[in-house]
Design a protein around this ligand. Structure first.
Ligand SMILES: NC(=O)c1ccc[n+]([C@@H]2O[C@H](COP(=O)([O-])OP(=O)(O)OC[C@H]3O[C@@H](n4cnc5c(N)ncnc54)[C@H](O)[C@@H]3O)[C@@H](O)[C@H]2O)c1
Length: 332
């Protein structure tokens, strides 16, 4: 099968690796000519993934129509802030129906739209076969090296979820489950990046495992409130797309959201932090959407509020943590 991957960053490259290992003909659409040339000439993408190689059946292009021609599956792996623009460009060159698989994680500020909703807004619906989110605890740096990973193909359409499950599943290192709560899975995938920033902040000011375990547990409480408010299934919190992804991203140095939080806690401001990262920090954008949504819908989200204040109101990390500790006492 020909599969198009939109975005040749770390996650797009790692997903291309799996698809290539599974025998598909994979083409990556990427805006950086340097990355495209490196993939085509050397089968590596060192600026995004210093380790690992891509199989020979993976190629790359800067030409969107070349990437999309004769492809029936489109995998989205670009930062969420550019998704609308890229989808709009795709809509102008698409000629046939494709299955959309989204691997990007974020929530849009102001509209509170999830990526699936943005896809259905930007792409002429006659070109959308169905939509599946591929999400769960998965760092590109491990996947590219074929280290054991579990993930979920999530769709409201069981057949589409199963198709994506069999497309990506690799019995050697990549085990794909299916689930059907798309709203819950998309929200959990977006929110966990905020808590990864918070976790990096805790490490940055020298706090330990106790603080981190507390953060993870209380983050689950906020995520639960959040997804219930969107009408999603509470149980999603406890699966791969919820707890699984939350744990991997709050405890791993691979997480650039964690790294961003660490830098913020050690004296860098937001602009310095973002510009010093070579990869996208989705949590910095999602926290704006989550903070706005919580205000509008009267949700209690103290951790989201604290991260927002540090990022956008220049509140020192230590002050934010002291204030969290001094909140009124309550039942768990
Ligand atoms: N890296 C991971 O381990 C991982 C895992 C799961 C999900 N994700 C999600 O995947 C998404 C992408 O993350 P990433 O880590 O690959 O980011 P990245 O910064 O490594 O790569 C993003 C790539 O998109 C390209 N790009 C940006 N704008 C573009 C455009 N208009 N047209 C074409 N290409 C464009 C960039 O040049 C870059 O190569 C994010 O939403 C992230 O949360 C990442």
């Amino acid at each position: 099968m020909k599969v198009t991957v939109i975005g040749g960053g770390s996650w797009g490259s790692a997903l291309a690796r799996i698809l290539g290992d599974n025998g598909n003909d994979v083409i990556i659409y990427e805006q950086s000519l340097e990355i495209v040339n490196e993939i085509n000439l050397y089968h590596t993408n060192k600026s995004k993934l210093p380790v690992g190689t891509l199989p020979l059946n993976v190629s790359a292009t800067t030409c969107l129509s070349e990437a999309l021609i004769e492809s029936n599956v489109i995998v989205i792996a670009v930062p969420t802030k550019v998704i609308r623009g890229v989808l709009n460009d795709m809509n102008n060159v698409l000629t046939h129906k494709s299955l959309f698989v989204n691997a990007s994680k974020g929530l849009e500020p102001d509209t509170f739209l999830r990526v699936s909703e943005i896809v259905y807004q930007e792409i002429n619906n006659e070109f959308i076969d169905d939509f599946v989110a591929l999400t769960g605890p998965s760092h590109a740096e491990e996947v590219i090296n074929q280290l054991l990973t579990t993930i979920c193909a999530v769709s409201t359409n069981k057949k589409a979820a199963k198709l994506v499950q069999s497309l990506f599943n690799n019995s050697k290192y990549f085990r794909v489950y299916t689930s059907y709560d798309l709203v819950g899975a998309e929200l959990c995938g977006a929110l966990k990046n905020i808590y990864a920033i918070a976790s990096g902040m805790l490490s940055g000011i020298g706090l330990g495992d106790n603080a981190k375990a507390g953060l993870i547990s209380r983050a689950l409480v906020e995520m639960r409130r959040f997804i219930i408010s969107f009408g999603a299934n509470e149980e999603t919190i406890y699966g791969l797309t919820g707890l699984g992804d939350l744990v991997v991203t709050t405890t791993s140095l691979h997480s650039r959201n964690f790294q961003a939080g660490y830098r913020l806690a050690t004296g860098k401001n937001l602009e310095e932090t973002i510009s010093s990262m070579t990869m996208v920090v989705e949590g910095a954008r999602t926290v704006v959407a989550a903070y706005q949504y919580a205000r509008v819908n009267n949700l209690e989200t103290p951790i989201i509020d604290a991260v927002y204040d540090v990022l956008y109101n220049k509140k020192p990390v230590k002050t934010a943590i002291n204030q969290l500790m001094k909140r009124s006492l309550k039942d768990e």
